[in-house]
Design a protein around this ligand. Structure first.
Ligand code: MRU
Length: 359
């Protein structure tokens, strides 16, 4: 059993910070052992940091990319053609990772801001404002989603309960507070959480390295298990909800998220647990008819072929897809800052995105 019981939620963790003209990224490759920061002063460095997973998580990479454009504009200083001067960095940033739509969403916001600027305006300053706006609105969205998700949990059961989460959809993956972990933070603050079961999330260990670290900072009781324990835990540990984030949500409500999410949704249905996806509307891609059309990122074999200092390489080839698609009909509810969608389908998603949705 965990040694500490929940006391109070501090929400002190931040993945990115703008400080004196520099973007500081908490290097998530080194957590939980070391808290080191990478200082970025141009878009190319930010793109490389996204590729290398210094910063990761769908909203966080979008925010980082927006700051990357602001940094590049500051370095350029003056030009007659801002669109041409920034194009290489837009493309570099957009190509850094393929699956999370927040990256291209944030860059589209920056392009649109650039196009609206007149010749007399201070372009670097206006682009920095836009990046800060994307950052702040993500944090706001997370606080709203936290409340909406917590209310859903409370509606079904007023007592303390056990929750399960996968990967890291916390402050580290966003502008702060988190999506799935935002709901867990809000539920904990409302006295609804006994403990959180964290999947370790192979191979990059976002669960055991990052989610566990965040929950520890906030004194939220948690236990880490191997991903393959999920079915056993659902059968034996009175878990009521599986709560995850998303990298892209299609127009029909299919959810693309960290590899293993699809399997969890099937297990949850079999065991009668509710399955909640928490994501800002910037994660919803209405141009994507269904989840099967999305490009699933494959990462290097080396992520699977080491155990500490030991090589596990036998010569057998590795297949390392790092996201999967959970069909909409395995999802009980999608929580966004615009409202909630129960039993998602194409019509309900369209209503949500056209803001005709009430919550
Ligand atoms: O490969 P990662 O660590 O970037 O994957 C992150 C996830 O899959 C998260 O669940 C998702 O981005 C939502 S984060 C709020």
């Amino acid at each position: 059993m965990p040694s500490s019981r929940p006391t109070e939620t501090t929400d002190a963790v931040r993945a990115l910070a703008w400080q004196d003209g520099v973007l500081r990224l908490l290097d998530q490759r080194q957590l939980p052992g070391t808290q080191a920061y990478l200082e970025c002063t141009d878009g190319a460095t930010v793109a490389q940091a996204i590729r290398d997973m210094v910063v990761r998580g769908a909203p966080a990479i979008g925010i980082a990319a927006a700051y990357g454009i602001a940094l590049s504009a500051a370095r350029i200083g003056r030009t007659d053609d801002w669109t041409a001067a920034l194009e290489a960095d837009f493309q570099r940033l957009e190509g850094a990772r393929p699956t999370a739509v927040n990256l291209s969403w944030a860059l589209r916001m920056m392009r649109e801001r650039l196009q609206r600027l007149g010749p007399d305006q201070d372009v670097p300053a206006r682009l920095l404002e836009a990046a800060k706006g994307i950052h702040e609105s993500d944090l706001e969205a997370n606080l709203t989603m936290g409340r909406l998700g917590m209310e859903l949990i409370r509606k079904h059961q007023k007592q303390k309960q056990n929750l399960m989460t996968h990967c890291n959809a916390g402050a580290l993956a966003t502008g702060g507070y988190g999506t799935a972990l935002g709901v867990i933070r809000a539920a904990h603050a409302a006295g609804l959480v006994d403990q959180v079961f964290i999947d370790e999330t192979r191979p990059w260990l976002q669960g055991s390295r990052l989610t566990a670290w965040e929950l520890q900072q906030d004194n939220i009781a948690a236990r880490i298990s191997v991903d393959s324990a999920a079915g056993h835990l659902m059968k034996t540990e009175q878990i009521t909800w599986v709560i995850v984030g998303a990298d892209r949500i299609a127009a029909n409500g299919d959810v693309v998220n960290k590899i293993g999410t699809y399997g969890l949704s099937i297990l949850a249905m079999h065991h009668g647990l509710r399955f909640m996806v928490v994501a800002p509307s910037s994660t919803i891609d209405m141009a994507l008819e269904n989840g099967d059309e999305v490009e699933i990122e494959e990462r290097p074999a080396s992520e699977l072929l080491t155990l500490g200092a030991q090589s596990l390489d036998t010569g057998v080839p590795v297949f390392n897809p790092v996201f999967d698609v959970t069909p909409a009909d395995l999802i009980d509810v999608i929580v966004t800052e615009k409202g909630i969608v129960e039993r998602p389908d194409a019509r309900k998603m369209a209503d949500l995105m056209s803001s005709r949705h009430l919550h």
